[in-house]
Every structure is written in structure tokens, then in C-alpha cells.
Design a protein around this ligand. Structure first.
Ligand code: ADP
Ligand code: MG
Length: 530
């Protein structure tokens, strides 16, 4: 296995000797003389192993800079295996220093005396295999040039995005670590999600067992992937025992990237929930929804949850949907200022430009100014339950994926978020007047269905079914549900990637829900939601 190795020593002769040995063994090396140069190199490039001299100033008997550097490297990139190089006299001191401290600070992978350099290549091989986690060369068959594409696509939110060539190296290292028993893989692009991570299909060839089943690798910026891995092991794995959830096979990281290898959901052909709804018959969809909430989500749904009294719903939903007052403010500017479908009617109201006499509550102002409180339940929820994160297999079994937001949350949020998704994404390109009619209908008790096309009435029925299922739970509360719909609709209106139709629908829907909530607080009950 070829490694990239940083050699840190203040003596030029020793640097050259070590470099020679390692290059002969086929490794890539870089040499530096000082702590500062070493840290700079690690900040800009990926190294697998760092060889550090303890005394970085040979003229100073007391110098222990190498040990301090070891800890700084650990902070920057704990996946680097550190090998400490010592003179004979230092051995005892170094052994002490290698014990993990009280705060669990990681020790070096190993140490080597300067008079036993013949052991160097073996030590490096062992570090690559046992610490870094790469052994042998993985043959990556990439006919669609997936890797170069995703090296450009992966979005970085918390860390600075490095050069594409560095990312390409890290991606290759990452898949090699995720699949340590493979000699070859073929990679294919699959649907991208919204998180900025890359999700690819991997067909593995094992060293011992030949070709294996297709797997899914989610590769992305380290903090995001770490969060998903943590949520998966805390809230998914133990509770559900893998029932209709992809199983994690392995996780790995490099300096900047994290990766999770999942089994392929459903194993055979799977469809995105949105596509499934567009194609399937309504009766079938309704039973699939029961299946989704009662079977697939069963271990979460079965929780009693924790009752929280007098919860401020605005804060809960804003936090969960990552909304801010500023983002909400922009909604109005974008939808009223620029696209001209809506007009302002003073501070508190807006109207449709096509029908300026009918006035609606300004939903942004309503959401920000109104005291929306209720007693509610907290429990483990999927957290991002919408079309792309639900897959349906050919037996109509539903599979959940994408656990970045999984964890404790408002018990009704999963229902609300799927309801919002269905209404926002399945009524494609219908005009605002038709939308208004159907949204009004969805607020009415026992609505009658006007004779309109299946494609329009279908999302309506799906949404009604979700509300019906939600209302069968012990934590159902109409005010919370409506408040959830309001904030989810407002969030949809903030999303720039969506069509202007959808954003308009979202804003108009938010208007109607605000009106409903205002009535609700006046104890007017005329709704279908129980
Ligand atoms: N285990 C899996 N089986 C099949 N397809 C998957 C699997 N995991 C992800 N996908 C596909 O990749 C897409 C993005 O994955 P996801 O984990 O939702 O990433 P993101 O966090 O970017 O939304 C999904 O919408 C789905 O189409
Ligand atoms: Mg997703």
C-alpha cells in the first residue's frame, strides 16, 4: 500500500536517509524541519503518516517539540498515524508520553529509535494497515467519471473546500477504507439529495468471495456525515433493528470527508416516494401510507414520548426547520416584491394580484407575532420525512433513509412534513386559483370532492390520509398540527431551488393556515382535522 508520509526532523541528513528508505518502498514523502512547516503542510494536504523527531532542536537537550507537535496534529487530523523518532536516551520519556492523558489525548501510533531504521518500512506498513485503515490497492472502476464529478459537487458548509485534486485523493482513500475487504469496486451515480453530500452506488468485488450486492455510499463533509452516523447509531440502529432501514456496513473518515456505507434499500428496485405517488393508484398509496407510519416507523411511533407543557411552538418549529426571522422576512420580499403574483395590503395583509379584493392574513407577520403555545410531546422522529427520504420497493414496502436530522423532536413533525411535501410537490404547475380552492377544501370538515382530474385530487387524498393517521395517535393536537403546517409551508417558500409555482403555493397555503389558526384561537371549530 502506498502512503503519503510527512517527515519532520531538524537534521537534513536524517531527513534525507528516511526519505530514501520510504521512497524505495514506494511511498510518497515530504520533508520539513520545523513544527510550523509541519502544521502548514498538514493543513493544506492529506498525509497518512507523520514521522516526528522528538527533539526538533538538536542543540537543546530539553527540547520536546515533537511531542507537542504530535498533539497538534491529533487536533488537526486524528486520522494521521504519528510515529515518534527518538534517540536511545529518550525511550523512557517517550514511553511515558505515549500513555493517553487524563483527557484521553491520543497517543502516537508507535515509536522508533534512530538506530533501528531498518524497522521503518514495516512500521509504516503496519500504521497504514492498522491505524489509517488502508491495505492493498483498491481498483476503482469508474466508467461514468463519478469521482471527478462528485469531487466538484460535494458542498462544504463548516470546513473550507479544498482543491478538487485533493478531494479526489481523499474520496479514493475514503472508499478504500469503507471497503477494506474489496479488491475492486464499480461506482455509479444515483440521485443526489439536498444535503450536499454525494450518494453513489457501489458494486463490490471481494478479495475472497467475488462480486457482491450493490451498496450505497454516502460521502460528504466530515461534520455532516459524523452527525448522520451518530444519529443513526443512537436513534435508528438500536431501536429498529434494521427493519426497512438500510443497515450501516461501515463508516470511515479522512482529513475532511466522512463516509457511511449502507445496504441498498429494498435490495431490488426502489422508487422515490414522490415518483411512486405519481404512478400508483390512490387506494394503493393510502395503504402504503398506513404501512409507512404504522410498520416502518413503528418503533418510533410506539414511544409514549415526553409531555412538555406550554411549549412555544414557534421556537420549536423555527429551530427544527432551521428558519430565522431574517429568512422569513426574505420570503415576503421575494414573493411579493419580485414575482408580482402577490401584492401587499398594508402591514398585516396580502392579496393575490389576480384578485386584489380578497385579502389574506400576512402569514409571515402572523407566524412571527402570534403567541402559539401548546402542551406537546417530544419523541424520536425521523426529522426529515419527505419524498426523497422515503423509498418504496416493488412490494409497496417503505424504506427510510437519510438520518442526518433523526433524534428527539416534536412528535407530529414527521406527519406534518410529509403532508407539506405531498401538497407542495405533487400539485405540479396548477394555477393559484385552483390551488386556493383545494387548500380551502382541505381546511373544511368532511370535504366533498369536486369532479376534477385524479392528478389534482390525488395529493388532496394523500394529505387527508396523513392527517387521519396523525389524528389516530395519542399526541395529536390540531393546533400543533396546523402550526407545523404553517412553518413547513413558510420554509418551503424560502427554498430557492423550487419552482416559483411551488413557492407561491407555499405562501398562499401559509395564508390560509394562518387564518385557520386565528379562528382556532377564537374557538371556531369547523375542520376536518380531529
Ligand atoms: N440505502 C439507499 N438505497 C437506495 N437509494 C438510496 C439509499 N440512500 C440514498 N439513496 C438515494 O440517494 C438520495 C440521497 O440520499 P440521502 O441520504 O437522502 O442524501 P441527502 O442527505 O443529500 O438528502 C436519496 O434521495 C435516494 O434517492
Ligand atoms: Mg435526503
Amino acid at each position: 500500500m502506498q502512503g503519503k508520509i510527512l517527515i519532520v526532523d531538524d537534521l537534513p541528513d536524517l531527513r534525507a536517509t528516511i526519505r530514501g528508505i520510504l521512497q524505495d518502498a514506494g511511498h510518497i514523502t515530504q520533508t520539513v524541519a520545523t513544527q510550523e512547516e509541519a502544521l502548514e503542510a498538514i493543513r493544506t494536504e492529506r498525509f497518512h503518516v507523520a514521522i516526528l523527531d522528538v527533539r526538533l532542536d538538536e542543540t537543546d537537550e530539553e527540547n520536546r517539540e515533537g511531542l507537542a507537535l504530535m498533539h497538534k496534529i491529533g487536533d488537526l487530523d486524528p486520522t494521521i498515524a504519528v510515529i515518534i523518532l527518538t534517540g536511545h536516551a529518550d525511550v523512557g520519556m517517550v514511553q511515558d508520553a505515549l500513555q493517553p492523558g487524563p483527557n484521553g489525548v491520543r497517543a502516537a501510533f508507535g515509536f522508533l529509535q534512530k538506530n533501528e531504521l531498518e524497522k521503518l518500512t514495516d512500521t509504516i506498513e503496519s500504521a497504514l494497515k492498522n491505524y489509517v485503515g488502508i491495505s492493498g490497492n483498491l481498483d476503482i472502476d469508474d466508467p461514468e467519471l463519478v469521482f471527478p464529478k462528485i469531487a466538484q459537487q460535494i458542498r462544504f458548509k463548516d470546513l473550507a473546500k479544498p482543491d478538487t485534486s485533493i478531494l479526489l485523493d481523499e474520496l479514493q482513500e475514503l472508499v478504500a477504507k469503507l471497503l477494506p475487504r474489496c479488491k475492486k469496486i464499480q461506482v455509479k451515480m444515483i440521485n443526489q439529495g439536498f444535503s450536499g453530500a454525494a450518494v453513489i452506488a457501489v458494486i463490490p468485488w471481494y478479495r475472497t468471495n467475488g462480486k457482491g450486492q450493490m451498496l450505497i455510499a454516502k460521502l460528504g463533509e466530515l461534520p455532516q456525515i459524523e452527525l448522520e452516523r451518530k444519529n443513526y447509531s443512537e436513534y435508528v440502529e438500536g431501536m429498529i433493528g434494521g427493519h426497512r432501514l438500510p443497515k450501516t456496513i461501515s463508516v470511515a473518515r479522512t482529513r475532511l470527508l466522512g463516509g457511511i456505507l449502507y445496504t441498498y434499500a429494498g435490495m431490488e428496485k426502489v422508487q422515490d416516494f414522490g415518483d411512486y405517488c405519481r404512478a400508483a393508484r390512490i387506494e394503493e398509496i393510502l395503504s402504503t401510507l398506513e404501512n409507512l407510519f404504522w410498520n416502518t416507523c413503528e418503533p418510533w411511533a410506539a414511544q409514549t414520548g415526553q409531555l412538555i407543557l406550554n411549549q412555544n411552538l414557534r421556537i420549536v418549529f423555527m429551530k427544527h426547520l432551521r428558519l430565522t426571522d431574517e429568512k422569513l422576512g426574505l420570503v415576503l420580499e421575494r414573493l411579493i416584491g419580485k414575482n408580482k403574483s402577490f401584492i401587499r395590503k398594508g402591514e398585516d395583509h396580502i392579496a393575490l394580484a389576480s384578485n386584489p379584493t380578497e385579502v389574506f392574513v400576512n402569514p409571515v407577520k402572523f407566524a412571527l407575532d402570534t403567541e402559539l403555545r401548546a402542551d406537546c410531546y417530544d419523541r424520536i422522529i425521523h426529522g426529515d420525512l419527505y419524498g426523497n427520504n422515503i423509498l418504496v420497493d416493488h412490494h409497496n414496502e417503505t424504506w427510510l433513509i437519510d438520518f442526518e436530522r433523526t433524534g428527539p423532536g416534536l412528535a407530529l413533525q414527521d406527519f406534518v412534513s410529509l403532508d407539506n411535501y405531498v401538497r407542495m410537490s405533487l400539485y405540479e404547475n396548477i394555477d393559484l386559483q385552483t390551488w386556493l380552492k383545494w387548500e380551502r377544501l382541505s381546511m373544511v370538515d368532511l370535504p366533498e370532492f369536486p369532479p376534477e382530474s385524479q392528478s389534482i385530487s390525488k395529493p388532496f387524498h394523500i394529505s387527508q390520509k396523513i392527517r387521519d393517521l396523525a389524528s389516530q395517535t395519542h399526541y395529536y393536537d390540531r393546533k400543533i398540527y396546523l402550526t407545523g403546517l404553517l412553518f413547513n409551508a413558510l420554509r418551503t417558500a424560502t427554498l430557492l431551488g423550487l419552482s416559483i409555482y411551488t413557492r407561491n403555493h407555499a405562501l398562499l397555503s401559509a395564508c390560509l393556515i394562518s387564518e385557520e389558526l386565528a379562528k382556532e384561537s377564537n374557538h371556531v371549530k369547523n375542520l376536518n382535522c380531529r
